[in-house]
Design a protein around this ligand. Structure first.
Ligand SMILES: [Cu+2]
Length: 322
C-alpha cells in the first residue's frame, strides 16, 4: 500500500509540474477544459498548437515561441463544418501597437496589411487537420490571423492570436494554470475525494496503471517494429490528439524518411476512423508526428500504419482497446 501511495503522489506531482512548465502538454484535461490552446473563429472552435522541431523537439506551444526558427502550426478542428471551409492563414508583424491585446478590430484597421505580412497561405480546404510550416527570420511581436469562409453563405469568420517569437519569460499562462491546479486540488481536498482516492481506490488505480504498462503500444510489421507514444496524454473518447510513431527495422535501426500513411477503424463494428489522421512531421530518429487522431467510441480499435521506403511498402497494425 505504501508503494502504491508514493506512485500516486509522484504521478500527481509530475502532472502538476508538467502543467506549470508546458501549458500545451498539461495533463488531466486542464488545457481542454480551460480553452488554453483553443482558437475560436466566432462560434467555431479548433484546437491549436505550435511546434519548433529544430529548437524544441516534441514540445508544444500555444502562443509564444522561444526562438526564431522553423515553426509548425497545427489546427485540429473541433467543429465538423470547419472541415468543409476554405481556411487561410496569415502572419503579420505586430503593427497595431497593441501587443498581446490586439484584436480583430485592430487588425481590420491596418491600412496596408500586405506590407506587414511575413507569411500568407491562400484559402484551402483540409479535412480535420490544417498545418502551416513557416521559418521565422527574426524575433519580435507577431499576429496570426486565421479566417474561414462558409461554403454556402460566403460569410468570413476570423480569429487573431498575438504572439511573441524569442520569448524568454514564462508569460502569464503558468500563473493561471498554477492557480487553476491549486483551486482544483483544494476542491478535491475539501470534497474528500483525495482521501477516497488514496484510501480504498488506490489498489484499483494501481492495477489500472499496471494494465496500461502491460498493454505497451507495440506492433510488428513484416519487417518493421512500430511503437507509439501520446505526448498530450492518453487517448480519450472524442478528444483530438497526436501520436508520435517510432519505427525501427528488425535489426533495431531507426527508419527515417519513410512515407507514412495511416488508416484504421473498428473491425467488429465495420467502420473506419472518424477523422483522417496525417503524419505532419518527420521528426528524425525514426519518429513521426501523427496529428488528427480521434476515437469516437470505446471498444477495440485497429490502427493500420503503411510504411513506404525505397524497399517497398509494409503494413503494421496497432491494436488498442478504449
Ligand atoms: Cu464502433
Amino acid at each position: 500500500m505504501i508503494a502504491t501511495r508514493s506512485v500516486l503522489y509522484c504521478f500527481l506531482l509530475s502532472a502538476l509540474a508538467v502543467s506549470i512548465q508546458q501549458p500545451a502538454e498539461a495533463h488531466g484535461g486542464v488545457v481542454e477544459e480551460d480553452d488554453l490552446c483553443v482558437i475560436k473563429v466566432n462560434y467555431l472552435r479548433a484546437h491549436f498548437k505550435i511546434y519548433q522541431p529544430q529548437a524544441s523537439g516534441h514540445k508544444q506551444f500555444c502562443e509564444d515561441l522561444p526562438v526564431a526558427s522553423e515553426s509548425v502550426f497545427v489546427m485540429e478542428y473541433q467543429h465538423e463544418s470547419l472541415s468543409e471551409m476554405a481556411v487561410d492563414f496569415r502572419i503579420i508583424r505586430d503593427v497595431t501597437g497593441k501587443g498581446r491585446f490586439a484584436r480583430i478590430e485592430d487588425v481590420n484597421e491596418i491600412a496596408d496589411i500586405e506590407s506587414a505580412t511575413v507569411y500568407y497561405r491562400s484559402p484551402v480546404v483540409e479535412p480535420d487537420v490544417y498545418t502551416v510550416n513557416y521559418t521565422f527570420a527574426e524575433e519580435g511581436d507577431f499576429i496570426g490571423i486565421v479566417s474561414a469562409q462558409h461554403p454556402q453563405t460566403g460569410k468570413i469568420y476570423a480569429a487573431v492570436f498575438p504572439f511573441e517569437v524569442g520569448f524568454t519569460g514564462f508569460g502569464y499562462w503558468p500563473y493561471i494554470i498554477g492557480l487553476l491546479a491549486l483551486i482544483q486540488f483544494q476542491f478535491l481536498f475539501m470534497s474528500g475525494r483525495i482521501k477516497r482516492w488514496f484510501g480504498r481506490g488506490s489498489a484499483r488505480s494501481a492495477s489500472l496503471m499496471l494494465l496500461l504498462i502491460l498493454l505497451s503500444p507495440l506492433s510488428f510489421a513484416a519487417d518493421y517494429i512500430v511503437t507509439y507514444t501520446t505526448p498530450d496524454g492518453d487517448p480519450e473518447i472524442n478528444r483530438m490528439h497526436s501520436w508520435i510513431l517510432h519505427i525501427e527495422d528488425e535489426n533495431g535501426n531507426e527508419v527515417e524518411g519513410a512515407i507514412i500513411d495511416v488508416e484504421g477503424g473498428m473491425p467488429e463494428h465495420d467502420h473506419g476512423l472518424p477523422t483522417k489522421p496525417r503524419v505532419t512531421q518527420d521528426l528524425g530518429g525514426g519518429d513521426y508526428r501523427l496529428d488528427g487522431m480521434r476515437f469516437h467510441m470505446s471498444g477495440a480499435w485497429e490502427i493500420v500504419v503503411n510504411i513506404t521506403t525505397s524497399a517497398g511498402t509494409s503494413k503494421a497494425i496497432i491494436k488498442l482497446q478504449l
